[in-house]
Design a protein around this ligand. Structure first.
Ligand SMILES: Cc1cc2nc3c(=O)[nH]c(=O)nc-3n(C[C@H](O)[C@H](O)[C@H](O)COP(=O)(O)OP(=O)(O)OC[C@H]3O[C@@H](n4cnc5c(N)ncnc54)[C@H](O)[C@@H]3O)c2cc1C
Length: 333
């Protein structure tokens, strides 16, 4: 291969792309601002990813013991609205485990992984890819996550909604349950750190879940929070190839963000290999990737954007009880 690829950001997009490129013989340097393993704000519920995508990227082994979840219980406030089964099982594995597995696999394949290496978001030279996740933006959202144990679940995925936002509860490994939500930020909530989760849930009318979480065992170091981001297409920087969340963030209720991270790596792969082997210029490769990302993600991003506000709407939320979930899910995958 003639050219090397430099990837900025070692989350799911960056790690899976690095692994796949190495498997095609491309030299890869990957810069990651943090270290591994670490907890991340994420519902850890992977919906809509195919085995074929994981195989193409060479990462299927990382899911060998992932949980497969089908049953969902929906709540509005404290009201249990309905139970249903997903058309296809979703995978569940913590980011603490998954990202660490992928970074080990990348390193074993010869990726030059530089941790604690925070890169500047400036236009990049040919061969540089930006996969550093959400781009900073004025946003009204706060994402909160923790792992807890002993909360007596009602289904493999509990989805709780209210006027401020929504939160999922799902088992991951080791008997832990991921508790992760997205809320409209409220300045009048007088809580800090771990207390934020039950405080937001209470304000959201999910007082019964707030009580269950408050009395549960919390996994040390698992509480994480994120704010200062916007959903949807992210700001573009001329000359920068952005993939995964850096390209577009689908609302988390879809459980499809991690799938999009893998699919964006899969979409970019052949064009980056063509660039590295000298068959395409960098500009040609980027143009092809942009075109294919648009085709692959446009429908689901638009559909999710339309559906998202309904989850917060006082009149619309009870309608979840009767909503045809299968056709809705097919729009956002
Ligand atoms: C509240 C919430 C709940 C969610 N729940 C789900 C869910 O249940 N299912 C689902 O599929 N998706 C969910 N998502 C979305 C999912 O987490 C993301 O889509 C996914 O993490 C995107 O992967 P990524 O690799 O593009 O970005 P990230 O996972 O964010 O990785 C980016 C990496 O870049 C590093 N980095 C950042 N800045 C720099 C820099 N300057 N230089 C170098 N490195 C840098 C970071 O440390 C990080 O490791 C949720 C998101 C939120 C906010």
């Amino acid at each position: 291969m003639r050219e090397t690829i430099t990837i900025n950001g070692g989350g799911l997009t960056g790690l899976s792309l690095a692994i796949a490129l190495r498997k095609h013989g491309v030299a890869v340097t990957l810069h990651e601002a943090g270290t591994y393993p670490r907890h991340r704000v994420c519902g850890e519920f992977i919906s809509g990813v195919s085995h074929e995508t994981l195989e193409t990227l060479g990462i299927a082994d990382a899911f060998i013991d992932a949980k497969h979840h089908c049953s969902v219980a929906w709540f509005s406030g404290n009201d249990h609205l309905r139970d249903n089964l997903l058309p296809e099982p979703a995978l569940a594995v913590s980011r603490h485990l998954l990202d660490d597995r992928l970074q080990k696999s990348a390193t074993a394949l010869g990726v030059n992984l530089q941790t604690k290496s925070r890169r500047q978001m400036t236009p990049k030279a040919p061969g540089e890819v930006w996969t550093a996740g959400r781009k900073p933006a004025k946003g009204k959202w706060i994402g909160l996550k923790a792992h807890v144990r002993g909360i007596n679940p009602k289904a493999q995925l509990e989805m709780h909604s209210g006027p401020l936002g929504y939160l999922g509860v799902t088992p991951v490994e080791g008997g832990w349950f991921n508790v992760c939500g997205l809320f409209r930020m409220r300045r009048d909530i007088d809580a800090r750190h771990e207390e934020l989760l039950p405080a937001y849930l209470s304000k959201n009318g999910n007082t019964e879940l707030a009580r269950r979480i408050s009395t549960a065992e919390w996994r040390e170091g698992s509480f994480t929070a994120v704010a200062g981001f916007a959903l949807g297409l992210q700001a573009t920087t001329p000359g920068m190839l952005s993939l995964g969340d850096s390209h577009a963030i689908i609302p988390p209720f879809t459980g499809n963000g991690m799938t999009m991270a893998f699919q964006s790596a899969e979409t970019a792969l052949p064009h980056l290999v063509a660039y590295a082997s000298g068959e395409m210029t960098w500009d040609e490769s980027c143009a092809q990737i942009a075109k294919h990302l648009r085709t692959r993600f446009e429908k689901r991003l638009k559909s999710a954007k339309l559906i998202h506000p309904l989850l917060f709407h006082t009149l619309a939320r009870p309608l979840l009880k009767h909503a045809p979930l299968k056709p809705i899910l097919s729009l956002i995958r």
